[in-house]
Design a protein around this ligand. Sequence first.
Ligand code: ATP
Length: 503
Amino acid sequence: YDELFKKITAHAKEYGFIFQSSEIYDGLSAVYDYGQNGVELKNNIKEYWWKAMVRYHENIVGIDSAIFMHPTIWKASGHVDAFNDPMIDNKDSKKRYRADVLVEDHLAKLEEKINKEVEKAAKRFGDAFDEGQFRATNQRVLENQAKIDAIKHRLYTGLENNDLSDIKKLIEDCEIVCPVSGSRNWTEVRQFNLMFSTQMGSVSEEANTIFLRPETAQGIFVNFLNVMKTGRMKIPFGIAQIGKAFRNEIVARQFIFRMREFEQMEMQYFVRPGTELEWFEFWKKERLKWHLSLGLGEDNYRFHDHEKLAHYANAAADIEFRFPFGFKELEGIHSRTDFDLGAHQQYSGKKIMYFDPELNESYVPYVVETSIGLDRTFLALLSNAFTEEKLDDGSERVVMKLPPVLAPIKAAVLPLVAKDGLPEKARQIMDTLKYDYNCQYEEKDSIGKRYRRQDAIGTPYCITVDHQTLEDNTVTIRERDTMLQERVDLGNVSKIIAKKLKV
Ligand code: ATP
């Protein structure tokens, strides 16, 4: 996958999707900028999510809260005390790792080994092979699987009980079974708080340490009363928000998968206590439906129910996507109980309750959260869309098969040649279409080269103006994936494209 992933990241740069932050100064680790095509795709994803969550649900409204918030909020939310990752350094290589991820990586390698063994056996036995039976009877597979399960169990209990010394032992144990990192010269495991802090106020004595928010959710919780009252909201109802979040991730890996500055699209759904697990199931289904509507293929998604729950949750599941580097979390759905509102009630001293007219009583609502990473969604789309094709005439093309509704540019308007009055005609078309969609006018280079450039950024339709256009007011529309061209009346172009863009 490394080769493919390298190609995807290079393509993202070459075609103006994503640049390394501060590149001319050799970059800033795990921070990225979105280029001219990237920002369009990103905005389209936001709009697609916002429509599905806010516009199509009458009982969900949006807000846009500030990144800076009162520091006590992060005390109440548990982030000051518990938003840590275990960190370990290798004394020889001087490399720093997230200790739990290191263990998980080791285990993944071990699992790969076992699967290879099973595959080999399948080849040997051919049709007669029964995987279940093989796993049940093969001593070595069984033993290794048991080792993996035991290590996983120790890892999660170690994390839960804050027993970091055991995690170090685990790393060493893993290396005996599967010596991958070579060296066993580790420091102790330490907790590392992921929040960035800064000072507010210009006079240093008065300076107050504040944090850059590590999630957008708290901005919703502290506005619960405001929105409930001013929006006259009745439970169940939701508040949605899209915005930046910041985490000082220990290891930055996998391009925009794990960034230090990223964007989240979150929705907190406030429900009557006791109904939260039904709503949790509802939102799991609803959110998966949203993902599937993008058409990236059902096989590329799976749920991962959490064994290890965060301090605020009584149920949690991830929607994982098959990235080029394997299945990884794309969205989290969490049943957060009354933890957050309850904590803010306690710390702020304000009553944060809802009066339920049906029950004739007041309570602190329970919360079901859906939290999706915008950048991870971007990466899922980008890696799924990247396609290298060999064409019938022996040539090759790279085409980004993005869902048309999300494509940065919907239509390119191209005069066949840059003379004979064709550019003028094409400009006229551009000037009417640009109010309906994001369009691009291009006249430089041969038409074939221009088609390839549009393919490479994922433009679903190319409108070509040729000499016949001047005679009968028709143009051709070329479809990105099939490369088929259809000649249509100019007057119908906008309607035809609108129809094609409907999902
Ligand atoms: P992970 O286990 O991968 O660190 P998480 O469980 O800490 O993620 P949440 O706190 O549930 O993530 O955040 C919700 C969503 O925000 C995630 O599903 C992910 O899509 C996104 N997200 C979290 N951290 C990052 C990051 N460092 N870079 C990009 N997106 C992120």
